[in-house]
Design a protein around this ligand. Structure first.
Ligand code: NAP
Ligand code: ZN
Length: 360
């Protein structure tokens, strides 16, 4: 981690092999200097590389297959993913597809007995923490949602965190991705799968957010804030690698799949009412989160979320019903620290998309 770390620690790439496939999205890696740094680092180490620069946001299985084919053609020993969570997840999925001959229907939930190529992950958003998780979240058209591939073989072998690469993020993506990381820290803190260690890491991430959220709300996005957000996001990624996520993420997937709302924003829309729900059932957990954030009440937390989110999209009663019916079937329900019915989930959607803040 740190300015210039890709070039400074370039020799680490050598441990992964002699030939690499670099994966990026269509534009940003060229614009923020990360692609140039990686190419120089690999060249300096005598590592051959080719480039796949066609990863789309919310990547699909066909996109990952195309990248896997490019890796096979290049006889790549490893993959370097440079970008937001979409590129990092696509890199992990492509790395798995190189080593496992899978039909589309067999990708999700597959034990990946063939393992995966090693991946070096270079995040250029501060949000998903994908550089330290075993998840690759892909669009699942058959189930009309986003589905997580979860396998230890998908943990990146290396991650480089250089806050400079996030400077070019526009405000909206900066806020949305920060809300994703915040959601990971909050959900990970309360998750049934949490333990004292994961809660300690989550609190460290939340304490960074205690400064970062007001700065974001006031539009004071400076270099130091970028570094802080990248660290907070990375820590929150470590948290969900241990705890997984809860109902907020399950609810967010329908918002992304059917309404095209960015992943982080989708979570952010639900987070205010969710913390109020937690405060009703597990007041001590909600209070610990609020204390770490230096926020007085769930009311104040929701008001801050509203400021960050700005004008909200709307959901029809039919959409709320349909999305709630989907979310109640998700495995995330069992990791949420209170009993939930489809009606409770519908209420969270209603409150999240309502205007103004949500009282306790
Ligand atoms: P993203 O979908 O990766 O990227 C969104 C947009 O940001 C893209 O248009 C991208 O452009 C642009 N971008 C990226 N870095 C930039 C930079 N430095 N400057 C300017 N623009 C930049 O967004 P994300 O929120 O990071 O990732 C969301 C995905 O991650 C979702 O699919 C979500 O489900 C997944 N996710 C995964 C995990 C995990 O543990 N694996 C956890 C949470 C979320 P280019 O396309 O040109 O690069
Ligand atoms: Zn997320």
């Amino acid at each position: 981690m740190g300015r210039g770390c890709v070039k400074k620690d370039a020799s680490l790439f050598r441990k992964l092999g002699a030939s690499a496939l670099i994966m990026t999205g269509k534009n940003s890696a060229r614009q923020n200097g990360s692609l140039e740094d990686v190419q120089a680092a690999l060249s300096g180490q005598g590592i051959a590389f080719s480039l796949f620069d066609q990863v789309e946001p919310n990547p699909s299985i066909p996109c990952c297959r195309e990248a896997a084919r490019a890796a096979q053609i290049a006889q790549a020993d490893f993959i370097v993913g440079i970008g937001g969570g979409s590129v990092l997840d696509a890199s992990k999925a492509a790395a798995a597809l190189v080593k496992n001959d899978l039909l589309d229907g067999d990708v999700f939930g597959n034990p990946l007995t063939g393992g995966a190529l090693p991946v070096a992950a270079i995040p250029t958003t501060a949000g998903t923490g994908s550089e330290v998780t075993q998840y690759a979240i892909l669009t699942n058209d058959e189930a009309q949602t986003k589905t997580s591939l979860s396998n230890e073989a998908l943990f990146p072998a290396l991650a480089f965190l250089d806050g400079n690469y996030t400077h070019s993020l526009p405000r909206a993506i900066t806020v949305n991705t920060a809300l994703d990381a915040l959601s990971h820290a909050v959900e990970g803190y309360v998750a049934n799968k949490s333990d004292p260690w994961s809660r300690a890491v989550a609190l460290s991430s939340l304490r960074i957010f205690s400064h970062a959220l007001p700065a974001l709300a006031e539009d004071k996005i400076e270099a130091q804030l970028r570094d802080s957000l990248l660290l907070a996001s990375n820590m929150a990624g470590v948290v969900i690698a241990h705890t997984s996520t809860t109902i907020v993420h399950a609810m967010g997937y329908s918002l992304t799949y059917f309404k095209n709302i960015d992943h982080g924003r989708a979570n952010g829309l639900i987070l205010g009412p969710y913390l109020s729900l937690i405060a009703k059932h597990k007041p001590e957990l909600a209070q610990e989160i609020l204390s770490a954030l230096h926020i007085e009440s769930t009311h104040e937390f929701s008001a801050l979320m509203d400021r960050l989110l700005g004008p909200k999209e709307s959901l029809s009663p039919e959409e709320i019903q349909a999305f709630s019916d989907r979310a109640i079937k998700a495995k995330h329900v069992g990791n949420t620290p209170c009993e939930l019915s489809a009606e409770d989930i519908a209420t969270l959607y209603q409150q999240g998309f309502g205007s103004g803040s949500i009282p306790l």
